[in-house]
Design a protein around this ligand. Sequence first.
Ligand SMILES: [Zn+2]
Ligand SMILES: [Zn+2]
Length: 156
Amino acid sequence: MELSCSVCSELYVPSEHVVITQCGHLFHHACIVRWLQRSQTCPECRAECTATRLIKVHFNVTAHNERNRPANAERSLMEDKIDILTSKVTEQEQALKQMQESTYQGVADQVASRETLMTLLEEVRLQNTVIQDLGNKTDECTVGLADFLANMFDSS
Ligand SMILES: [Zn+2]
Ligand SMILES: [Zn+2]
């Protein structure tokens, strides 16, 4: 929205002293005061107007430039959409990566458990051998003791 003073045809700048007349028309304070020195009527509508009944106008100015807002809004909407799409792609990439990792982990677990099993089997086999050795030694000892006892009885 662009407002201009109909006396000087200049656009209003928020910091300027702008006034509103009884009939509801806006003018620069200096412009309307100068105008009213010649005529006691509104330059816009010719309604009766006096300098004592002018009300100062305070513009409520926003930081955004009104003209750029629609373009900015559209662009930020597009940026939002791109952001959402990008985050979705990232999510999917991460999900895929996690799936791959868990598959690798599964295979690795299987390999590891097979290795553990092989190790255990190997240990069992070793212990069996040890037990067998002990058994053999016990047999030897038994044989040795029998021989010893037999010799002892023979010599007596
Ligand atoms: Zn003016
Ligand atoms: Zn007027």
